[in-house]
Each structure stands twice: as C-alpha cells, then as structure tokens.
Write a protein that binds this ligand. Structure first.
Ligand code: SF4
Length: 397
C-alpha cells in the first residue's frame, strides 16, 4: 500500500478524479514536451461525460496556460482499464504531432499511465489486508495508529498539515453564503445549520451535518479541500472529527491519530477495491469516506482494533450498491447532502460496533471485495456519467 500522502491530497475541488488527476497529468505531460507550442487533451468515458460539470476542461486549460489546449470530448468511448481515461497530444509550430500520452485518473487525484499496473505504485506498508494488519497489531501490541507510524515514521507532520487544511475549508464554508456555481442555483446551507447547531448544543447530529456541509460546499465551488478519500466525499471525515472535537474535547493530536487510522482504512479500500465513483459508483467515494470516518470515531473513543475494523466494515457495508448520479454532472446533488448524512452514519456505525463484543460475520476485507464486485456490476450510467439515476430524472423534469 502507498503512503498516506497519496491518499490525503490537498487541491481544488470539485472532483479529485476530474480536476486533481487531470491537472497532475497535464503538468507531467508539459514536463515531457516543454518544447510543444500547443496541446490537445482527449477526454474519454466518465471523464468526458461529467467533465464539464466537474470543471475538467477548465483545470486542464488553466494548468497548461499560457499554451493553447484543444479539449476533445469522447463520452461514448470507455476504456477497459478505467473509465476516466485521457490522451494528451503535443504539437509543434507546424502543428505536427510530437508526442502522445494516455493516462488514467483512477480516483482521489491519483494517475496511472498506460501500461503501468496498479500494483506498481510505491509500497510503504507490508500488508494489504485488514486481517493481516490486525494480526500484526495483535502480535506487537499496537493500535492501528501505531501501525501507521511504524511504517511511515515521518507522516505525523504531514497529517498535521492535512488537519489544518480541513479546518480551514470548514471555517470558510461556515461563513459563506449564497448559491453554489452552476445552473442548479443550489443554496449553501452550512451557515444556517451551524446557527441551529449552536441553538441545540445537546444535538450532535446538527453540528456534524453543519461541518460536513461546510467542507462539501467549499468543494462544490472549487475551493481547496483534502481528498478524504476524494474531493466528492471530502466533507464526511472533517465533519464528524471536528464536531466531536468541539463537543467532546479531543485534542488536535488525537485527531491526527484518528486521521492515521482513517487513512489506513482508505488505503486498504483503494488497494483492494476502488475509491473512484467512475469505477464503482458512490459506494467507493462516500461509502469509503464513511468507513474511514467510522474507524476514526471508534479510535477516538478508545475502541479496540477489532471494534475499529467493525466500525469501518459497517460504514462501508451499508453503502454497498450506492450509485453515482450527479445532477447535471455537478458535485452538488446528491453529493453534498450525502456527505452530511454519511458523516452522521459514521458516528452511528462506531456507536453500534462499540455496543457489541466486537464479533461480526462479515469482515472489512470481505466487504471491500464485495464493493469492488458490486461496482463493476453497476451499469455505466450509474458510474459518474450523469446519465442515469437522479441525474436522468432531474433532466427529464
Ligand atoms: S454522487 Fe458520489 S461519487 Fe458521484 S460525484 Fe457525487 S459524491 Fe462523487
């Protein structure tokens, strides 16, 4: 498994697959052909189907500025390796092709080039399943956070920065007003929810909703967020963590340890299944975020490793089959509300798991495998193409 640096990334929303991945790829391609006088970016499959609403063309043009870029959309052309495919082409002054590169945006802002296998990524953790991780922790008497720090000794300062960026997105989202960009005229709700949370301090749910909304609304308007594990699902983890900090008094240091635990869960899901809505639907984005957040909540509350794993399993299991169907291709409906509800669900998953003795029938490893298979069985219209589900219904209205 990769470093948590590859999971938690800082960048502009609204979609890590559609903005951060393509921006990263554009930068790499420019570095390979700096002598080019112009470029073309051909967008395939899901990247083309929802690219306009997800600002893919905007971010590629902005990244390659001042050199001109022609964007070509091929939404009907799905590549086998991954539905988020791009081909970059470099041209010289005579408009002759001097180089091409096919690359895939595989989720959470990560890219894999044509011919590269997914398991070629640099591995810093020796284990690839939660069962193995639990065995190691049992043998060494480690918590899940200890496990992360044992293999990524220098990760703590990075996680502190991640926590700071999450907090900044949240604070900005709580004071912002008006509607989000795009033709939905979708109203921001975080500030109003926050006022209600202050008036009802005994109700933790409202604060969790407010905080998750704040980050998700910042993401929807293209502001800076942390992929946790993606931009589309960026509100879930900070939503529940900062609400718990405020109401139950956890320190920043405890939140950083909780981020390590959540990151470990996200990394396992990314390695064994997928965190890409275009590949497996929203169960891979908001479902994974809920799973990560559930483990983090359980850890904060002092749960055993087994109870953390059970919490993560519940968080993912009860999102199985959830489709990706963003209305008009914007990361707004159902995404924003879905983040708020999943943040509360993460809290509930941890609470439920901790009421038990820890015994459970399905393991996190099994549910990850099920999520991957279910995602691949979903029809393409339910995987970030904005052609099915809620998106279709809305368009018909
Ligand atoms: S529905 Fe889920 S996966 Fe699809 S864009 Fe929205 S948050 Fe991302």
């Amino acid at each position: 498994m990769e470093s948590l640096r590859e999971l938690y990334k800082v960048g502009n929303g609204p979609s890590s697959s559609h903005t951060m991945g393509p921006a990263r790829a554009a930068k790499v391609f420019m570095g390979r052909y700096p002598e080019a006088t112009s470029y073309e970016a051909v967008l395939y499959g899901s990247l083309a189907a929802t690219g306009e609403g997800h600002l893919t063309d905007y971010i590629i043009i902005k990244t390659m500025d001042p050199k001109p870029v022609k964007i070509t959309w091929r939404p009907e052309d799905f590549r086998l390796f991954h539905p988020n495919a791009m081909q970059f082409i470099a041209y010289n002054e005579a408009n002759e092709e001097i180089g091409t590169w096919t690359v895939y945006s595989v989720g959470g802002g990560s890219i894999i080039e044509e011919g590269q296998a997914r398991d070629e990524v640099e591995s810093v953790y020796p284990n690839t399943t939660m069962n193995e991780v639990l065995d190691v922790c049992k043998e060494k008497n480690w918590t899940l956070a200890d496990y992360v720090y044992a293999y990524e000794a220098d990760i703590k300062p990075y996680l502190e920065e991640i926590l700071a960026v999450m907090r900044e997105s949240l604070m900005n989202g709580l004071v912002a007003e008006g509607t989000l960009p795009g033709k939905l005229n979708y109203p921001r709700r975080a500030k109003q929810f926050f006022e209600q949370a202050k008036a009802n301090p005994e109700d933790l749910s409202i604060l969790i909703y407010a905080y998750a909304l704040a980050v998700s609304e910042q993401n929807a308007c293209g502001d800076v967020v942390v992929t946790a594990p993606t931009c589309g699902a960026s509100g879930v983890l900070p939503g529940v963590l900062f609400a718990l900090q405020e109401r139950e008094g956890y320190s920043d240091e405890q939140l950083v340890d909780a981020l390590a635990v959540a990151g470990l869960v996200g990394d396992l899901i990314k390695t064994n299944a997928s965190i890409s809505g275009a590949e497996v639907g929203c169960q891979g984005e908001v479902g994974s975020a809920c799973s990560m957040a559930a483990a983090a909540v359980a850890f904060l509350k002092g749960a055993s490793n087994l109870h953390c794993e059970y919490s993560a399993e519940i968080g993912l299991e009860h999102h199985l089959g959830m489709t990706c169907d963003p209305v008009y291709g914007y990361v707004q409906v159902p995404c924003i509300e879905r983040n708020a509800v999943a943040a509360k669900r993460a809290y509930d998953a941890a609470k439920y798991a901790m009421l038990t003795d820890g015994y459970h029938t399905i393991t996190l490893d099994q549910v990850m495998q099920t999520m991957k298979e279910t995602g691949h069985d979903l029809m393409a219209k339910y995987r970030e193409t904005a052609q099915g589900g809620l998106a279709k219904h809305f368009a018909e209205c």
